[in-house]
Design a protein. Structure first.
Ligand code: KIV
Ligand code: ZN
Length: 514
């Protein structure tokens, strides 16, 4: 008998994106979705189409870009939500409507103002409507772990009868503990005989740091779909981390004999791409993908690993695609070799993309001589992002100090003319952003500003990440430089250019659909 299979449902682009600082624009979601496709997840939840125009556009774009995995769109059990989600999903090769409704008394009473009977009716009607549009329908009983068990069994039985093919049991507020959660899964399987006709799924939040443990306990008890996110991002403390769930199943196959379709060697790339896009980096000691996840500091450990890796390593960094420091190409390598290397890394580039990547590669090879896989990854993940530079930085100068107000002088180029402005500010970064606002005519408010060093030493390169609100539309930007003021100005301009690009493509979209 073959190994039982657990489906990996990735919700990085929906629940993950709901976490503060992790919002992504449509292009960024498509880049991330392509990587999730390479990673081998079974389902990509691409967004909540009724929530915003951008969410709608992202689900539509991901559905067009990724044809292998199932693409799910979230909707409340309400006709307008379901209709909107279906409009976004209908072009998908394998669409799934994911409808949800809270079932706990606390949500029914305080949030929905509904009786249990009314909610049951709504859930059934929502599933029926979704089923009239597509065959693959998932129902989630929000706050299932705080729901009365008899009522939960009733809801689960009713939605299966109405046509749900997947039933998801979320621990919405991260309240469950593993023994209790596995008991709940067993109870549902025992008391709802028709559950064997559907896939039983779990979706755990990490408020008590138990999301992964709860997910694994549920799998042991019979769940066959796990909802999770890259780097564990998600509402509040986040969701179960995909890389931890997958590697626990892989490393502890002796106790957890379940396979997934995930290609573990793509884990580090997926984690890094997400951090690159959002500017939210994992803590150094994060399991599987943290900088220190495979670092052996104590001499005794280092000695042990040198003698025999398994003394202190339960999995190798290579097995999750980390530390691929092998020299791959040099400045004399041609387009063909570059293309070949990208293919080996899992990226198939179009002719135009390869040309662009090659130009960046040659420039980099001139500066660095030795090109590693990480560099190629940065080229494909960052360099190929097609954000036109409407505004370019020509020069920036700022003064700062404890006894004087900061001032900045910024010169920008808009493709035709060069203009300069000065501005005072509360610190040099604020002065730079204000001067840029004067030049572009936009008014931005920094929601988040982070600097991190990406190389070591006195000439270290610092990367600045900004998240900016432009009067209701937010955009993120990043840039690296040995000069923090320069990096800040470029990161802020990157956000400005992304905003203008998003506005432009939205205008084009509505003109096309008018
Ligand atoms: O946490 C939750 O309950 C959810 C559902 C919408 C699946 O995210
Ligand atoms: Zn959730």
């Amino acid at each position: 008998m073959g190994q039982a299979r657990v489906s990996i449902f990735d919700t990085t682009l929906r629940d993950g994106e709901q976490s503060p600082g992790c919002s992504m624009n449509v292009d960024e979601k498509v880049r991330m979705a392509r990587q999730l496709d390479l990673l081998g997840v079974d389902i990509i939840e691409a967004g909540f189409p009724v929530a915003s125009e951008d969410d709608f556009a992202a689900v539509q774009a991901v559905a067009r870009a990724c044809r292998r995995p199932i693409i799910a769109g979230l909707c409340r059990a309400l006709p307008q939500d379901i209709t909107r989600a279906w409009e976004a999903l209908r072009g998908a090769a394998r669409p799934r409507l994911h409808t949800f409704l809270a079932t706990s008394d606390i949500h029914l009473h305080h949030k929905l103002n509904k009786t249990r009977a009314e909610a049951l009716e709504m859930a059934v009607a929502g599933v029926r409507m979704a089923k009239s549009l597509t065959a693959d329908v998932e129902f989630s009983a929000e706050d299932a772990t705080r729901t009365d068990v008899d009522y939960l069994c009733q809801v689960v039985a009713a939605v299966i009868e109405a046509g749900a093919t997947v039933v998801n049991i979320p621990d919405t507020v991260g309240y469950a503990i593993p023994s209790e959660f596995s008991q709940l899964i067993r109870t549902l399987l025992a008391r709802v005989p028709d559950l064997s006709k559907a896939v039983l799924s779990v979706h755990c939040h990490d408020d008590l740091g138990l999301a992964v443990a709860n997910s694994l306990a549920a799998v042991e008890a019979g769940a066959r779909q796990v909802e999770c996110t890259i780097n564990g991002i998600g509402e509040r403390a986040g969701n179960a981390s995909l890389e931890e769930v997958v590697m626990a199943l892989q490393v502890r196959g002796d106790r957890l004999p379940f396979g997934t379709g995930v290609v573990p060697e793509q884990i580090t790339r997926s984690s890094q791409l997400l951090s690159n896009i959002t500017g939210v980096h994992v803590q150094p000691n994060k399991a599987i993908v943290g900088r220190n996840a495979f670092a052996h500091e104590a001499g005794i450990h280092q000695h042990g690993v040198l003698q025999h890796r398994r003394t202190y390593e339960i999995m190798t960094p290579e097995s999750v695609g980390a530390r691929t420091q092998s020299l791959v190409l040099g400045k004399h390598s041609g387009r063909h070799a570059l293309d070949q290397r990208f293919k080996e890394m899992g990226f198939t580039l179009s002719k135009a993309e390869l040309e662009k990547a090659y130009k960046i590669f040659i420039k980099l090879a001139d500066q660095k001589k030795e090109i590693f896989e990480e560099d190629l990854l940065a080229i494909v993940q960052d360099g190929l992002a097609q954000i036109p530079e409407v505004w370019k930085l020509r020069a920036v100068q700022a003064t700062a100090g404890t006894s004087a107000t900061s001032t900045a002088l910024v010169t920008l180029w808009d493709g035709e003319v060069e203009s300069t402005e000065t501005a005072p500010g509360d610190g040099p970064v604020n002065a730079v952003c204000t001067a840029i606002d004067k030049l572009t005519g936009l008014r931005g408010t920094l929601l988040d500003y982070a600097v991190r060093s990406i190389t070591m030493g006195a000439d270290a390169v610092g990367e600045v990440f900004v998240h900016v609100d432009f009067g209701g539309s937010a955009a993120s930007g990043k840039a690296a430089s040995t000069d923090i003021v320069d990096a800040s100005a470029r990161a802020y301009l990157n956000a400005v250019n992304k905003l203008l690009y998003a506005r432009g493509s939205r205008a084009l979209q509505s003109a096309a659909s008018a």
